[in-house]
Design a protein around this ligand. Structure first.
Ligand code: NAP
Length: 288
C-alpha cells in the first residue's frame, strides 16, 4: 500500500537495530491485512529512550517493538506495564492508546504459542531450560505455571537461582536452578520431556556449537532452540537426526511478533505470511 498522509506508523527501537527482523515480518503482516500502516526501524541511543517515548506520543506512533538494550530502561517512561512485563522488568511491545503508553512482553507467550502450534504441549511435562538471560526469563515465566517440573541451567548460577526464586514467589511450581556443566546437562536431560535452548550458543557467530552431546538426545524428547539465525542450529539438526520433535527459533520469532501485532491492531495476525517473510529474509541473509 502506498504511503500517504493517512498512513499510520509502527516501528522498533534498539541499538543496533539495522538487523532486526521486525520490519520484515510486521510490514508483511500489515500489508496482508490491508492496513494503511508502515513499520520502521529507529536506532535509539540508551540516553534517548525517554525522548523516544515522548516522540512516540508527539508523532502519534501507534506501536513499537523494543529490542536490546532498551527492554528494561523503557519501563521508566510508560504509563502502564502489564504484570508479566513488570515482573520480568522487560518490555518488548509498546502500544500507544490515545497518548497513553502501555507496555507488554510477548516473548514468553510467543514461545508458548510456537510450541503449541507445532504440536508440543508443555502442560504436565518435565522441562529443561538452558539460559537465564532475557529470553529465558520470559519463557520460564510463562511455562512455570503449566509444567510439572522446570530445571533452569545457566553458565552463571546466580541469574538462574534468582529466576527460580522469582518464579517460586509467584507460582506454586517445582523449579530448580543448576550451574551448567556436562554432568548437570546429562542428568537433567535423562528424564526431560522438553528441552529449550535459550542461550546464545548456536548463533551464526558460533554456529557449530551446541551444549548437548548428540548421544544424549532421544526420540521421545521435544526440542526448541530459540536461536533463529541460522534457521536450523546444530542442536536442532542433531535433535532431528535423533528422531526428536524439533521447534525452530523462527517459530518463536513469528509468534512473539504475531502477539505484538494483535496487541497493536486488534486483528488476528497472518501467521503464514509472517513465517514466509521471515524465512525468505533469513535464507537471503544466510546466502550473502
Ligand atoms: P541474553 O540476555 O544476553 O542471555 C544470553 C544467555 O546465553 C545467558 O543465559 C548466558 O549465560 C548464555 N550464554 C552466552 N554465552 C554462553 C556460553 N558460551 N556458554 C553457555 N551459556 C552462554 O540474550 P537473550 O536476549 O536472552 O537471547 C538469547 C538468544 O535467544 C539469542 O541467540 C537471541 O537471538 C535468541 N532470541 C530469540 C528469540 C526468538 O524470538 N526466537 C527472542 C529473543 C532472543 P550467562 O548468564 O552465564 O552469561
Amino acid at each position: 500500500m502506498a504511503v500517504s498522509g493517512k498512513t499510520k506508523v509502527f516501528g522498533v527501537i534498539g541499538d543496533p537495530v539495522e538487523h532486526s527482523l521486525s520490519p520484515v515480518i510486521q510490514n508483511a503482516a500489515l500489508a496482508a491485512s490491508k492496513l494503511d500502516c508502515t513499520f520502521l526501524a529507529f536506532k535509539v541511543k540508551s540516553t534517548a529512550v525517554g525522548k523516544a517515548m515522548d516522540g512516540m506520543r508527539a508523532f502519534g506512533i501507534q506501536g513499537l517493538n523494543v529490542t536490546m538494550p532498551h527492554k528494561t530502561a523503557v519501563l521508566n517512561f510508560l504509563d502502564e506495564v502489564h504484570q508479566t512485563a513488570r515482573a520480568l522488568k522487560a518490555v518488548n511491545t509498546v502500544k500507544n492508546e490515545s497518548d497513553k503508553l502501555l507496555g507488554f512482553n510477548t516473548d514468553g507467550t510467543g514461545a508458548m504459542s510456537a510450541l503449541r502450534e507445532n504440536g508440543v504441549e508443555p502442560k504436565g511435562k518435565k522441562v529443561m531450560l538452558l539460559g537465564a538471560g532475557g529470553a529465558a526469563r520470559a519463557i520460564a515465566f510463562v511455562l512455570a505455571d503449566q509444567v510439572d517440573e522446570l530445571s533452569i541451567l545457566n553458565r552463571t548460577i546466580q541469574p538462574a537461582a534468582e529466576l527460580a526464586d522469582l518464579i517460586k514467589e509467584r507460582f506454586n511450581s517445582k523449579v530448580v536452578a543448576y550451574a551448567l556443566s556436562p554432568l548437570t546437562l546429562k542428568a537433567n536431560l535423562a528424564d526431560a520431556d522438553l528441552l529449550i535452548n535459550a542461550t546464545s550458543i548456536g548463533m551464526k557467530s558460533n554456529a557449530n556449537k551446541t551444549l548437548i552431546v548428540p548421544k544424549w538426545l532421544k526420540p521421545d524428547l521435544a526440542v526448541m532452540d530459540i536461536v533463529y539465525d541460522p534457521i536450523e542450529t546444530k542442536l536442532a539438526k542433531n535433535a532431528r537426526a535423533a528422531g526428536a520433535k524439533v521447534v525452530s527459533g523462527v517459530e518463536m520469532l513469528i509468534y512473539q511478533g504475531a502477539a505484538s501485532f494483535e496487541i497493536w491492531t486488534g486483528r488476528k495476525a497472518p501467521i503464514e505470511v509472517m513465517r514466509k517473510a521471515a524465512l525468505n529474509h533469513l535464507q537471503k541473509v544466510q546466502k550473502s
